[in-house]
Each structure stands twice: as C-alpha cells, then as structure tokens.
Design a protein around this ligand. Sequence first.
Ligand code: EPU
Length: 419
Amino acid sequence: MHTHRFLITGKKKLEGEVKVGGSKNAALPIIAASLLVSEPVTLTNVPDIEDISTMEHILHYIGVRTEHEGDKMVIHAKAIADREIEHELVSKLRASILFLGPLLARNGEVKLAFPGGCVIGKRPVDAHLMSLSALGAQINEDHEVLHLECGQLKGADIVMTEASVTATENVIMASVLAKGTTTVRFAAAEPHVQDLCKFLNVMGAKIEGIGTHTLVIKGVKKLHGGQYRIAPDYLEAGTLVLAAAITKGTVDVLDIEPHHLDIFWQKLREVGVHFELGKDMVRVLPSSELKAVRLQTAIFPSFPTDLQAPFATLLTQAKGKSFIFETLFDGRLQYLYELEKMGVKPNILNPYQAEIEGPVSLKGASVSSCDIRAGAAMLIAALAAEGETEISNIYYIDRGYERLDEKLNSIGAQIKRVK
Ligand code: EPU
C-alpha cells in the first residue's frame, strides 16, 4: 500500500478524447476462471491496476505461471498447488473470494483465509457458501479460514439469497465443470458477470441466459484454452463522463459499451447534461443549468452503486434538492463527510439516505478517499472546486482505476501526484 497524494488545481475545463480501459470487475473473475483451464489462456485489455497485480500475485503463490506485458496476460494453469491462500494475501483484496469456485472445481478442495478489501459495509460470505454447498461442496468453516471440499460437483437448481455479484460468479465458475445442469435464479446480471460468462463460453462452457437473472449452465467435461478481450470498464466510463460534465467541457469518451450504462444515461438526461451517444463512444457537451434528481441504486440493470458517489458529486452542481438512496451498502455515504469539507452541506438522514441542496460553490480542501468510488468522487469534486484540493489515501483510487490522474491530465485537468 503506497501513501501517494493528489494535488488538484480546480476549474480547468476538460477538452479532448480519452479511452476507457478494461473492466476491473470483469478482469478479476476472468483471471480466477482461467484456473478452470489447463491450457494457456490469453487475456487482452487487462487493466493495469493494483487489484489485478494482487490477483496475479495469488496465482503465482499457487504455482500458476503468467506472462504479463502491457494489457496482455497469458495464464498457464497446467497444475495448481494445493496450498492455503493466507490472510496476508487475501486481506488486500476482497475479490480473492473469487478463488473459491474455480479452485474447488479444479482441485476438489480450497482453503482461503477470510477476504478483506474495501471497507464499505458488512459483506458476508453466506451467499457464496450456500450456493457452493448446493453443488455438493462440504464446508469446514473455522473462524479464520474457509475450507471447502468436494467430490464431483453436481448441477443443481439454485436460488441465490441475494443477487450478489461475486457469489453469482463463484457459482458460475463452480458449475461449468459440474455433472449435469445448474440453474441459477436471482443471479446478478452486471456487465462483469456477463463478461465472465462470455469468456467461459469462448473456452467451451455452455451458459445460457447471459444478461438475465436466470442462468442455465450445462456442465462440460473440460474447457479449452483460447483468447479473450476483457470488456471496457463501464464504471470508469461513467466516472470520466461525470468528470467532463462537472467541468462543462467537451470530451469524447472512447471504447465504451453504451448498453452497460442505460440507466446512467437516463439519469444524466434527467439532470440536464448534454451528450451524444455513438456505437462505442460518448461525446459529453457543455450543459447550462443542471436539475436536482432522486438517485437510487440497485442491482443491474438499475443504477450502479459504484457510480453513486461520483454521480452525487455532480448533483452538488444541480439546482434544487437531490435525494440519494443507496440501497446496497450501508457504508457508502461516507464520502459526504469529505464533500462537507469542500462546502457541501449534505443532510445525511441515515446510513442509506441523504439530501444534497445545490448548486454549491465547491472550494478546494484537504480530503481523504475512503474507498475506490469515494476517491473518484473526490477527484470529480476537486475538478470543479475553486483553488487547490489535496486527496490523501489515493491508494484506493489506484486500486480501481488505471492511471486516472494521467487520463484526466491528458484532457486538461491539473492533477499532481505527490509521493
Ligand atoms: N446486496 C443487496 N441486495 C442484492 C445484492 C447485494 O442488498 O440483491 C448487498 C449485499 O448485501 C452487499 C452489497 O449489496 O452489502 C454488495 O453485494 P455483492 O455481494 O453483490 O458485492 P460483491 O460481489 O462483494 C461486487 C463488486 C463491487 C460492487 C458490488 C455491487 C467485484 C469484484 N466487486 O462486490 O465493486 O460494489 O459487487 O455491485 O465485482 C468496486 O468496484 O468499487 C466494488 C466495491
């Protein structure tokens, strides 16, 4: 974990074009799913971020060789060591829970310390364990280590307790090689879950219902190697669009999949942001007056929780009282206390709901980034603030965004990284 900070000089209009990188939340399960394949798997458009390096580090720890150059990663999972993945490794990354499904399917056993990661509310692992046990996994749980064993996994009809993203991904990865057919009801359908399914199908899996909340997975004997391009990161795309919108600049955000953000575009229109959507790009245009809206997060295809804080930051510039309702996480309004230091006077009703009255003249201040998306929100606020903003704890921003400072600087922002 590094201790870099950002120093941002605000009020610079963003202009030009910027390309979105590969999706973090798609790359993480796809890297884990590569453990299901003994032949080499070549991934392209892999984002260069801390979370991916941590994931790759865990692959090495269990004896899997990788070749990684630029955005291309080749994974050779010919043999996998039967080794407990220790706390020190998993504490950095909650997504290390994604090793449960593939290691269980491939080795018949997995031992993983309880995962860590961003501090955004309590996220239990029950949804993961319940669905894997339905496929035949035996769970030997103690307080510190998740220990799962199985013989041949068997297809089952599974109803998820909630449409959890990584739990759905785990059950998909465990069932592609199971005997028989698995039906997953109330599956998460986020773009990254879809991307994992598409990847597995390219490697020979049989998954139907991609993009819906019911997946039907016909088990196959074996997957084969191949090549796959990770989908563009819709969360990075949304973040860049919001950055452009708050500075009232004209910016082309390239290499996006517009349908991953349908509801986001709807909300932007409602707020009054001008933009033009192309096949795989969006042009953000300067807008005059922004209007307050009600913003409520929910599972895909609803408004993504991961864009709540960045979007609410734009709402500080909208006229009237906006209402924020975060329905997934109970710790995801913390950034509002940081925005308070920049002049916003949020009315935080409870851990899920808040009101923001705008427009606010944002002022540079010293703020901290409490998770990946809160960090992005701080950057967006800083771009529109009078004077200089200092953001500490940018380790979190680097965990989720590929050189966000450099990307924003390339379109006119003034962000200095201080080591
Ligand atoms: N939840 C509900 N109802 C649901 C589904 C989830 O209330 O139908 C709640 C859960 O109880 C939990 C929260 O929502 O409090 C998130 O649960 P989930 O299990 O879906 O989260 P996750 O799989 O651990 C992934 C992403 C997160 C993202 C969430 C929600 C990855 C590696 N992580 O986490 O990404 O916020 O889904 O979409 O895909 C990030 O990128 O910054 C990040 C934290």
